[in-house]
Design a protein around this ligand. Structure first.
Ligand SMILES: [Zn+2]
Length: 299
C-alpha cells in the first residue's frame, strides 16, 4: 500500500502494527542447499590492510574499501533475525509461530551458540570485515531483533547478557511506548549497554512502494528520533518484510545509512552492503535445527 500522507496512516497504524506482529518480514527460509560448514578464518596478513600508526605517520594512507565483487567473495557471517520471544498462545497461528520463539527455546538457542564458541559481532565489525578485511572472531554471529517487541528487552537482552553477547535492535518508531513494545527509555538502555540500535522505519511499510516524502517519514524522521533517544548515530537499516529494491539503496545512502539488512534473498551485485542477508530464527527450531540451518544458509 503506497501512501500519500502520514495522517491517514495514524488511524490505521494500530491495526497495521497488530498485523505486523505476525507478518513482519517474510516466511522463514527453507533452503535445501547444503554447503560445507567451515569456520570463518581471519584473512591472511597479506590481504589485510595495515592500519597506519597515525602517531608516527603525519598523513595516514587512505584505506580504500573493497569493491562489491571482493565483498561478495568474503565468507558470510551468519546473521539471525528474531521477532517475538514468548511462549506460544492457543490462538497463535501455525505461520505466526515461526516468528514467535518460546522463551525456553530462545534460551536453548543462545546457549547453544555460546557453548559452540560463537561470539556476537556488531554491524561496525561486520562492515570493517566486509570493507577492509578486518579479522573477526573465529566463529562470529550477529543476532538481530526486529519490530521493537517488549520481550526483546525483558527476555532476550538479559539472556544475551549472560554470555556477554550483544544484539542489534531494529526499531520501528511508531510502536515506541505502546503496550507490548519497548519504550524510549528501554531503547536508550539497550544502546547504553552496548547493543546497536538500527532503524526499521516508522510504521513498517514496504520500502519498494515509497515515493517522495515517504523517505522522510519512514527513514529520515525515525533516524533523527532514534539518534535523539540513544545519543548515537543511526547507521543501519532493516527492510520491513525483508523487501527492498535497487532504487531504495541511494535513498538510504543519502540518509546516512551505511548498510541495510534484508532476509534470505540474493545480494545486490553492485551494493552488497545494502542487501546483507539474514535468516529468521524460527520458533519451530530446536538449538540443533538452528545450528544446521545457520550452517546451510551462510556460505
Ligand atoms: Zn519487521
Amino acid at each position: 500500500m503506497a501512501f500519500r500522507n502520514a495522517n491517514s496512516l495514524l488511524s490505521t497504524s494500530f491495526l497495521a502494527t497488530a498485523v505486523f506482529l505476525f507478518l513482519s518480514c517474510s516466511t522463514p527460509e527453507v533452503e535445501n542447499t547444503v554447503l560445507t560448514p567451515n569456520v570463518l578464518a581471519p584473512e591472511s596478513a597479506a590481504n589485510t590492510p595495515v592500519a597506519e600508526d597515525t602517531a608516527t605517520t603525519k598523513v595516514a594512507t587512505p584505506v580504500v574499501p573493497a569493491d562489491a565483487a571482493t565483498i561478495l567473495t568474503r565468507k558470510q557471517v551468519p546473521i539471525l533475525c528474531y521477532h517475538q520471544i514468548r511462549d506460544w498462545r492457543a490462538n497463535d497461528s501455525k505461520s505466526a509461530k515461526a516468528y514467535i520463539v518460546p522463551e525456553d527455546r530462545f534460551k536453548e538457542q543462545i546457549k547453544m551458540l555460546a557453548d559452540s564458541g560463537y561470539q556476537t559481532i556488531l554491524p561496525d565489525q561486520l562492515l570493517a570485515y566486509l570493507n577492509y578485511g578486518t579479522p573477526l572472531p573465529s566463529k562470529p554471529i550477529m543476532l538481530t531483533f526486529d519490530d521493537t517487541n517488549l520481550d526483546q528487552f525483558t527476555v532476550a537482552a538479559p539472556e544475551l547478557e549472560k554470555y556477554g553477547f550483544k544484539g542489534v535492535f531494529f526499531v520501528m518508531t511508531v510502536s515506541l511506548g505502546r503496550p507490548r513494545y519497548m519504550s524510549k527509555a528501554q531503547v536508550k538502555e539497550l544502546a547504553d549497554a552496548g547493543h546497536e540500535i538500527g532503524s526499521h522505519t516508522w510504521d513498517h511499510h514496504n520500502v519498494k512502494k515509497y515515493k517522495g516524502n515517504d523517505w522522510v517519514t519512514q527513514v529520515e524522521k525515525p533516524s533523527r528520533q532514534l539518534a535523539e533517544i540513544t545519543g548515537k548515530e543511526i547507521k543501519y537499516f532493516a527492510y520491513p518484510f525483508g523487501l527492498w529494491n535497487a532504487e531504495a539503496i541511494p535513498e538510504l545512502k543519502s540518509r546516512g545509512m551505511v548498510a541495510a539488512f534484508q532476509l534470505a534473498g540474493k545480494y545486490d551485485e553492485q551494493d552488497p552492503l545494502y542487501s546483507i542477508r539474514r535468516i529468521i530464527a524460527s520458533g519451530y527450531w530446536s538449538a540443533k535445527s538452528l545450528h544446521s540451518n545457520m550452517v546451510n544458509s551462510f556460505d
